[in-house]
Structure formats: C-alpha cells, structure tokens
Design a protein around this ligand. Structure first.
Ligand code: ADP
Length: 462
C-alpha cells in the first residue's frame, strides 16, 4: 500500500487529467485568438499599404519619360508618409533598378523578376511587409514597378508581447485549475477514504458493528456507495450473528440427546441385567440415535438449501397429484390421533419445482398440524389457483400459536412451547426447512393463528 506510485493514486490522476484538459483547451482557445489577432494586424497593414500605393501612384509625373514623382505637385500624402518612419516607397524600373526611394531604413534587395502582390521580407533590422504593384506606361511615363514597404517591427513587438502574456498566464491558470481540481477531488473522494478506512478497521478488528454513517446533502454515487457499504455490513453482521446463534443452538440441541444417551448407556452397563431389560435399554438408545440421525439430516438439508448458488433440480410438477399422494400418507397418522382430515385439491395444478423438496415442505406442515392438534380436532389441506399462482393452505383446530411467537416461528430451532414441542419430538427445524424450500421456489409461507383455536399455514407460489 505504501509504495504506490503517484499515478496509482486516483486523486493525482483526476487532477492530472483535469489540468491536462484545461491546459489543452486553453492552448487551443488562446492559440486560435492569437492567430486571429495576428491575421487582423496583417490585414490592417496590407490595407494601409494598398492605400499608400494608390496615393503614391497619383503623384507620378506623367510628363517626363523617366519614372519619377512629380516634383511640382503638392504631395501632402507622400510627405506625410515619408514622415512616418515605418514606410518606405520605391520606384523601380522594369529591370528592377531603383529609380526613386523615399525612406531610409529599408534596403531593397535587387530583384530581377518582380510581380504584383504582398510578401514578407526579413532584413537585419526586422521584418518588413512589401506590396508591389506594376506601373503601366502613361503619356510620356515609361512602365515600371512601385513597391511600398512597412516595417513589421511594431506588429512583431505587439505579437511577442501578447504571446508572452499568454505564456505567463497558462502556468498561473493551470496552477489555479490544479489546486481547484485537487480540492474538488479531495472533497469528492472523501467518502472513499472513509470507506477504505472503515474496511481496514473491520478487517483488522473483525468488529462488524462499525458503520460509516456518511452524511451528504446530495444523494450522489459516493453517498450511495457509502450507504451500500453500511447496508452490506448490516447484513454481514446479521448473518454472522445468526451463524453464531445457530452454532450455539446446534451444540445445545446435540448435547441434550447425547447426555440422555450417555445416561442410558451408563445405567445399562452399571450392573448385570436380564436380556429383556437390555433390549428395553437398547430400544430407548435406538430412539435417541434415530433422533440424532433426523437432526443431522435436517441440518444437512437446511445447509444445502441455504447454499443459493447450488441449484435444486426443477422439473414440471403436477401439484394436484403430489398433494393427493401426501394426503394419503398423512391419513393413517391423522386416524391414529383421532383427527378428522379433509382435503380440497382441484385437479391439474401445474408448476415448476423439485418434487422431493415440495413433498418435504408439505409433509413438515401437515406433520406439525397432526402433532399440535389434540383429538378430536380437524385438519384440512386446501389448494387453489390465485391469478397465475398457486396457494396451498394447511389448517388445523389445534393449540394455536401465541402472537409473540409468530415472528420467530421460521427461525431455526425455535419452538413456541418448548417443553411440549420437544416431547412431541420435532427437531425444531421443520418450519425453517419449509420456508427455505418455498423461497427456493420463489414462494412464501404465511401463518395465521388464534391461540387455543386454530392455525393456518399458507404457501403461495408465483
Ligand atoms: P418442531 O420440530 O418443534 O415442530 P418446527 O419448526 O416444525 O419445529 O415448528 C416450530 C414451532 O412452531 C413448533 O415447535 C411449534 O411450537 C410451532 N408450530 C408449528 N406448527 C404448529 C401448528 N400447526 N400449531 C401450533 N404450533 C405450531
């Protein structure tokens, strides 16, 4: 954790990306503005050069057969141009030879092939913008070329100035953007830091009671992440505590029959006995062992059902046939207990399920109904369709369940009436198994009961 490189740090990467993008967009927008500005300055100079050329051409002397400006003409424009230190005017012959030159800063290179238009010329004392225009012969005046030039030094200085300002501005702005990005990233990633810290604490201490309790005015992704983390810890803690309780219950449940077993063995072996009394002792021991086998089977089944990633084998099931077969199995038990057993099972109730598990579910519920209904009571098994689903109810007129027990009935090893339930002989896992099977079929079990009067368990499948 300690030797992480800076780029492995999300905060660093966010700031780096943020600054890079901000820098790039500044470069693009500033570059675009700089080029536009530069173009505008050049356009202005070119326009001014064209105007100067027009004015200068007006001052040509048409009366003489050499190329020159009219010495008699009042040339306010020319003279003002001459006063302007940045402008030079050349009158050139057709062969490029200099006929007249106003100005003293630019030495025009000897040019053999002249052509009209603008060009930029680099000299020792800076860059110059030149505009050349052809002079046609007129009256006595011979043809030739006019070149007006203007120093680009002021423009270059301005452009350099602007460039310098931008170059200075970019690191400053990048600094502000980077700092802002860092503060924002810090703020945004704070819950992640809290979650990491919390996860580390939970890992080190194994204490599942800790929570982040992240407070945020906005329900953003990170607030949701923090909340999900708290909820995950809630369910982990619940599962962990349930497991702890379960282990305690299992050891308790095992201890009672094993102690009884041990007692019986001890008693049987304490003195020589008749074959008859050994048989009686062994029969009692067999009952205890049967009970232990039943408990371990129930535990194994429950453990398998709770492994949700292990699919149970599902196939088309005719629930009507299945319930009828179960009813036939329960009938002798009900007769034995002097209970009236009635069924109402419509034909052709079809569903997808695991027949073995469904048999177990309904047998558990019917077995309870028989166990907890004293004679002369009534038990009924009713099935019906509910929309697209199927509902199966098992009712009895037995001892009922007090309201305070109802929320816990489906917990493992929960018994409403501890002494009675244990003597009747259940492992206390019947309802937990039934509920788990219903859940694995996307179904649910509900219970309604009036103590001392009746109980109805209703199983619904979607
Ligand atoms: P057990 O093996 O003790 O029957 P179950 O999980 O099947 O365990 O049932 C849990 C408890 O629910 C029972 O101990 C009993 O107190 C109560 N119970 C279940 N079914 C009925 C019923 N039909 N009438 C009254 N009490 C019931």
């Amino acid at each position: 954790m300690k030797d992480r490189k800076p780029w492995q740090n999300l905060r660093f990467r966010l700031v780096a990306w943020y600054s890079l993008l901000a820098g790039l967009s500044m470069l693009v927008s500033d570059g675009f503005m700089y080029l536009r500005f530069r173009q505008t300055l050049f356009d202005q100079i070119d326009n001014a050069l064209e105007v100067t050329a027009i004015q200068a051409l007006k001052n040509l002397d048409d009366e003489v057969d050499i190329l020159m400006f009219d010495p008699n003409q009042e040339t306010p424009v020319l003279s003002s141009l001459l006063n302007d230190a940045g402008v030079e005017i050349y009158l050139l012959g057709q062969d490029g030879s200099v006929k007249e030159h106003f100005g003293n800063s630019l030495v025009l290179p000897t040019q053999t092939s002249l052509k009209s238009g603008f060009k930029t010329h680099v000299t020792e004392n800076g860059r110059w913008r030149l505009y050349t225009q052809e002079i046609l012969s007129h009256q006595a005046r011979p043809p030739g070329w006019l070149t007006v030039a203007r120093s680009l030094q002021p423009v270059d200085a301005t452009l350099q100035n602007v460039l310098n300002q931008h170059i200075l501005k970019i690191p400053l702005l990048l600094g502000i953007v980077g700092l802002g990005g860092f503060l924002m990233a810090n703020r945004a990633l704070k819950p992640i830091g809290q979650i990491t810290h919390m996860a580390e604490q939970v890992r080190v201490s194994g204490d599942l009671t800790q929570r982040i309790h992240y407070q945020s005015t906005t329900d953003d992704e990170l607030a949701r992440l923090a909340r999900m983390f708290d909820e995950m810890l809630d369910s982990l803690q619940a599962t962990f505590e349930q497991e702890k309780r379960f282990t305690a219950y299992v050891s308790h449940e095992l201890r009672t029959p094993l102690t009884a077993l041990k007692g019986r063995l001890h008693l049987a072996l304490s003195q020589p006995r008749s074959a008859e009394s050994y048989r009686e002792a062994l029969q009692a021991i067999e009952q205890d062992v049967d009970w232990l086998i039943q408990l371990s089977r129930d535990l194994l089944l429950l453990a398998r059902l709770e492994q949700h990633h292990q699919d149970i084998h599902v196939e088309p099931v005719d629930l009507s046939d299945l319930l009828t077969a179960i009813a036939e199995q329960i009938q002798p038990l009900a007769d034995l207990q002097h209970l009236q057993f009635s069924t109402h099972i419509p034909p052709n109730l079809q569903m997808q399920g695991s027949p073995d598990h469904l048999i177990r579910l309904f047998l558990n519920l019917l077995d309870n109904a028989v166990k907890y209904t004293p004679a002369p009571g009534r038990i009924s098994l009713t099935a019906s369709t509910q929309g697209h689903g199927i509902q199966v109810s098992i009712s009895d007129t037995g001892i009922g369940i007090a309201p305070e027990h109802v929320p816990h009935l489906f917990e493992r090893f929960y018994r409403a009436e501890k002494s009675r339930s244990r003597t009747i002989g259940g492992t206390g896992l019947g309802l937990a198994i039934a509920q788990e099977i219903a859940h694995r079929h996307q179904g649910a079990i509900a219970v309604q009961s009036q103590p001392g009067q009746n109980t109805t368990f209703t199983v619904t499948f979607p």
